[in-house]
Every structure is written in C-alpha cells, then in structure tokens.
Design a protein around this ligand. Structure first.
Ligand code: FAD
Ligand code: MLT
Ligand code: ZN
Length: 469
C-alpha cells in the first residue's frame, strides 16, 4: 500500500486531506510562508500519531506538526518541496483529567487554549497562560513554542507551568512522562527539552499542567506616560509595593494605539486632552484574593504617588468588567491591526528591563536616520523585559521597500539587542524566520550542543526539518 492509502486505512479518508482541503494548513498566520505537502493527517489518538510517525520514519518522510497555526515564525509551515506530511492535532482536543487536590489538569495537545482556560475556570481554578491568539492556538503549539503572553510576570512561561508530557518520538515510540509531580530530580529533565523545541524533537500529544486558585478580584488600569523610562519606574514602584499581586504590566507606544483605533473605529482610548498624545501607555493588572476595594484603594494611592512624582501623566482605573475588557481589547488588537496595516518586520526581543529605555531611545533614533519614514510600533510585556519592537510600512516607506530592507533592519535591531545582553526571540521561537539569526548570535559551542541534541532525538532529521537549527 502507498503512504496515503496507509493513512486512509488508519485514520479514515476524511482525516487525510489533500488539494484544496489541505491548503489552509500550508500557509502561516501572517501569510509570509507558502509550503506544500503530500497530505495533512488528523489523528485522534496518541497511538495514531505513533503509527503515522512510524510509517514516515520507514521512508524518511519529513513530518511537520501543526496546532492552531497561529505561530509567527513559520514553524508550522512545510517547505515548498511537497515531500512533508503535516500532522494536525485538531482532533486531539480532549481534557483527559482534572485533579483538584493536586491542582493539575491533563489535556491532549490539540485542545485550544481558551477551551482549557474556560474548563478550569468552571472548576474554580486558573490556568494562567493568556495571549491574544488564545481562541485558536493549542496547548501543543504553546508547549512547542514555550509561549509567554501577558501573565508571565506572575506565573511564568508555559515551561514553568508544565509538570509532565506525553510525546511521540522520531522512532514512533510513545514516551509517557505525564506524572504531575512538582519535584522530580531523576536525571535529565526531558520535558523541559521538548518544551520550546518547535516540533523538532518529538510530537507532543498530551500534557499535565499546573493550576492556581482563581483570583477573587482584579483591578485593571490604563496609564499614560511620557516615555519608556517612566514606564520602568512605574513597574518598579508597583512591584516593590505589591509584589506578586501585579499580574500583568504591558506597554504600548502611542503609534500602536493610534493604529488600533484607526483600524477598529469602535475602540477608543479612555483619555482626552494632552493625555491622548502621551508617548507610551501601560496596561496593568492587579489580581488576587484580597478584597476588591482594598486593592483598588492601594492602586489609586500608588498611581496618585506616581502622578505626583511626575512618572505618569494620567491614569484610568477600570470600573467595570466591560471596561477592563475594553482596555485589554486595545492591547490585544495590536497584532491584528499591524497585520491589516501591511507586512511589517517583527522583532520579538528580550532585554534586561533596566536597558529598555536606552534601547528604545537609541534604536528609534538610529532607525529613523537610516530608514527615514519607517513606522516604528513597539509594544510588549515590559514586566518580562519582552518588547515586540515591530516596524511597519508607512506612506513614506512602502511595504516592498520595507521587505527589501528586511535583513538590514534585522541586523541593526538584533545586533543592538545582542550587545545589550538580550535575546532575539523572547517568546515566538525560531521557526524558519530566525534560523539565520540563531546562527549569528549563538556561539559555535551552543550550536554544536543543539545539533547533538537534535541528532540524538531525531537521527534521520524527519521532525520539522529546516526549523530552528
Ligand atoms: P502552531 O502555530 O500550529 O505551531 C507552532 C510551532 O509548534 C510549530 O513549530 C509547530 O511545528 C509546533 N507544534 C505545534 N503543535 C505541536 C505538537 N503537538 N507537538 C510538537 N510540536 C508542535 N506567542 C506568545 O508566546 N505570546 C503572545 O503573547 C502571543 N501573542 C500572539 C498574538 C497573535 C494575534 C498571534 C497570531 C500570535 C501570537 N503568539 C504569541 C504566537 C502564537 O500564538 C504562539 O506561538 C502559540 O503558542 C502557537 O500555538 P499554535 O497551536 O497556533 O501552534
Ligand atoms: C503579542 O504579545 O501580542 C504578540 O506576541 C506580538 C506580536 O504580534 O509581535
Ligand atoms: Zn507577545
């Protein structure tokens, strides 16, 4: 039997997609990459995933795992050769078990993040990973890219939320490492290696994840400031005074919010007068089990002090759940607004927080001198030192000119980040987009260790070849 017939008899013909049915799986969310594949398969069990991998391993056929296909670095898109098989986890979407005493949940890899958040909320628990793509990204994709998002400041990235994994390895074997222990020092930490491996070391089929008490209250504020240095001062003030009750601290340059309100006219900035022209806005969230009024008073006092100290120029504390949602909508619409504004260049960088004001000021100046008219629209998770230092086309700098300058702009931004001790990929991963950049900034020793790990886990190089290294 040929490969496709084998897949059809294993999964049913409806779960082996070709032609037009396969097309949506062959391009990425941004529309930057276009690949081809023999077929897209949709297994519903771990055993089926193992069967698919064993068949592919037999003939050395490349496999590209895919979850919600919301990744921003082309990691889930096959190359153009048409040799690969895309393994979609869309039917591996079940929650396998909820354990309220150990505060864990075990879930299949294709479960959509928002579905898992809601499942846990209905059981009075918090699964804290939160990102703007949560309505379509999957737990497997989150794990494979070590997703971050807006709650990392308090709860960490998904690596820190992971207690166990089930993985199909390159030889078609199933590794059951689903134990929910919080302490386990029995040798190398295999699960941490699979998290963030972007489908190059194994296909994650299930995970056991940490849960937290559901916060009883939240307080959310949108703050106008005169610059990034003020945002950093405010962050330090809040962290010093309320510690872990500060669960999110996001920043947005004015240009980002202008773009959101022009692309989505139903959204508005809750400020008037000169505050509308503030250079940077911070969106902050306090949450916990304290009483809402107490924490609200505390937030008012801290913001009042910051206003008096000249750190901020205006602040608006949400007075209803609807208003909280509206503030978050402004923040979470930035990526979509930027995508609607034309293909830009994404820099998902991490820096020591203390260096961010200097970086923003110098890079803004250098870019506008070298590339006059370029539109710089940075935002991000300041609490984690992670900026999305994105640049986009503008009336003076058209999309095709921007794409022609892509590599020069990449080098300029990434060299500066590297010189300040930062990272060229804070949370999106490497995929195909940053493979060249990884080689530029990792040492030969680091690259050699990574290649040895890849060769040990996937000696035939069939798992997501052409990605990461
Ligand atoms: P996919 O895009 O399908 O795949 C991503 C990578 O994981 C690929 O390399 C793929 O091969 C691999 N993979 C997928 N499933 C598996 C599996 N089961 N086993 C092994 N490998 C697998 N990311 C953040 O970290 N923080 C953010 O705040 C954030 N915001 C975003 C906002 C928007 C609007 C968008 C579009 C994206 C955002 N992202 C963010 C990026 C993206 O959503 C995340 O990387 C997400 O974790 C990807 O999940 P996915 O299921 O869509 O994975
Ligand atoms: C976000 O935080 O919204 C995404 O990670 C950012 C992006 O689009 O660069
Ligand atoms: Zn982000």
């Amino acid at each position: 039997m040929d490969l496709l017939s084998n897949f059809r008899s294993m999964l049913g013909a409806a779960n082996v997609l070709t032609g037009n049915d396969a097309a949506p799986y062959l391009t990425d969310w941004r529309g930057v990459y276009q690949g081809a594949a023999q077929c897209v398969v949709r297994p519903a069990t771990t055993e089926q995933v193992a069967g698919i991998v064993a068949l592919c391993a037999n003939s050395e056929i490349p496999i590209v795992p895919q979850g919600g296909n919301t990744g921003l670095v082309g990691g889930a898109t096959p190359d153009a050769s048409g040799k690969a098989v895309v393994v979609s986890t869309s039917r591996l979407s079940r929650v396998r078990g909820f354990d309220p005493e150990n505060n864990t949940v075990t879930v299949q890899a294709g479960c959509v993040l928002q579905t898992l958040q809601e499942y846990c909320r209905d059981r009075d628990r918090l699964f804290p990973l939160s990102l703007a793509a949560e309505g379509s990204c999957t737990i497997g994709g989150n794990l494979a890219s070590n997703a971050g998002g807006s709650q990392v400041l308090r709860y960490g990235t998904i690596r820190e939320l992971t207690l166990g994994l089930e993985v199909v390895t390159a030889d078609g074997e199933i590794w059951n490492g689903l134990g929910g222990l919080r302490k386990d020092n029995t040798g190398y930490d295999l699960k941490s290696l699979f998290v963030g491996s972007e489908g190059t070391l194994g296909i994650i089929t299930a995970a056991t994840l940490k849960l937290f008490p559901l916060p009883r209250m939240t307080q959310t504020a949108l703050v106008a400031t005169n610059g990034m240095a003020s945002c950093v001062q405010l962050l330090i003030r809040l962290q010093t005074q309320i510690g872990s009750s500060l669960t999110a601290f996001e920043v947005m340059a004015n240009e980002c919010l202008k773009l959101v309100t022009s692309q989505f006219p139903q959204q508005h900035l809750p400020f008037d007068g000169s505050s509308v022209d503030a250079s940077w806005f911070a969106l902050l969230e306090l949450s916990g089990s304290q009483d809402r009024e107490g924490l609200g008073e505390c937030l008012e006092t801290m913001l009042g002090d910051a206003l008096e100290a000249g750190e901020i120029c205006d602040a608006n504390i949400a007075t209803s759940v609807e208003q909280e949602r509206a503030f978050w909508n402004l923040r979470e619409s930035i990526t979509l607004a930027q995508a609607k504004g034309g293909k830009g260049i994404k820099h998902d960088i991490a820096l020591p927080i203390s260096k961010i004001p200097e970086f923003v000021e110098e890079m803004g100046r250098n870019l506008s001198t070298t590339f006059p008219g370029l539109s710089v629209m940075p935002f991000g998770h300041l609490g984690d030192g992670n900026l999305h230092y994105n640049v986009g086309p503008s009336p003076r700098f058209a999309e095709d000119a921007l794409q022609r300058s892509h590599d020069r702009i990449y080098v300029m931004v990434h060299d500066a980040v590297h010189a300040l001790g930062g990272s060229i990929s804070a949370e999106h991963g490497i995929g195909q987009l940053k493979r060249g950049e990884l080689k530029r900034y990792k040492t030969a020793h680091e690259l050699a260790m990574m290649r040895s790990i890849k060769a040990a886990f996937d000696p035939m190089n069939i798992l997501n070849p052409g990605k990461v290294i």
